[in-house]
Design a binder for this molecule. Structure first.
Ligand SMILES: [Zn+2]
Length: 133
């Protein structure tokens, strides 16, 4: 594989991971009726604002051992999974079809994934609220 194609694939996979990170944010806040723009991402337990390391998809989770750096409260294990799947959904069509139309197909898949994750999160949140957990 020519190195430029490899570079593009890796780049788009990283874009997918970043989108996965955004999916987590939306799935976390939308069901609660919170803004997805403000405030900046923070720990739900202690309110510490997340820094660049925390926000690194998958890697940040691994570095922190799945816990908040200051209060050690556990972060949901679903976060890196959501990000990883988004990265794979982006990379596979690109490897298969090339940057175009693979990149567009990947974006579509990631969008569907985001919708599915957000819908599930909203349902789970509604159940928790109703005490059906
Ligand atoms: Zn915390």
């Amino acid at each position: 594989m020519p190195s430029i194609a490899l570079f593009v694939t890796v780049y788009l996979a990283l874009v997918g991971l970043g989108l996965g990170s955004f999916i987590n944010l939306v799935a976390d806040r939308l069901p609660r009726g919170e803004s997805i723009i403000r405030p900046r991402s923070h720990c739900r337990a202690c309110g510490r604002e997340l820094n660049a390391i925390d926000l690194l998809p998958v890697v940040g989770y691994a570095l922190r051992g799945g816990r908040c750096a200051s209060c050690r409260s556990q972060i949901g294990a679903s976060a890196p999974v959501v990000e990883g799947v988004a990265g794979v959904l982006m990379a596979v069509p690109v490897l298969w079809l090339g940057p175009w139309p693979g990149g567009a197909a990947g974006l579509g898949l990631v969008a569907c994934w985001g919708l599915a994750v957000t819908t599930l999160a909203a349902r789970r949140y509604a159940n928790e609220e109703a005490g059906w957990e």
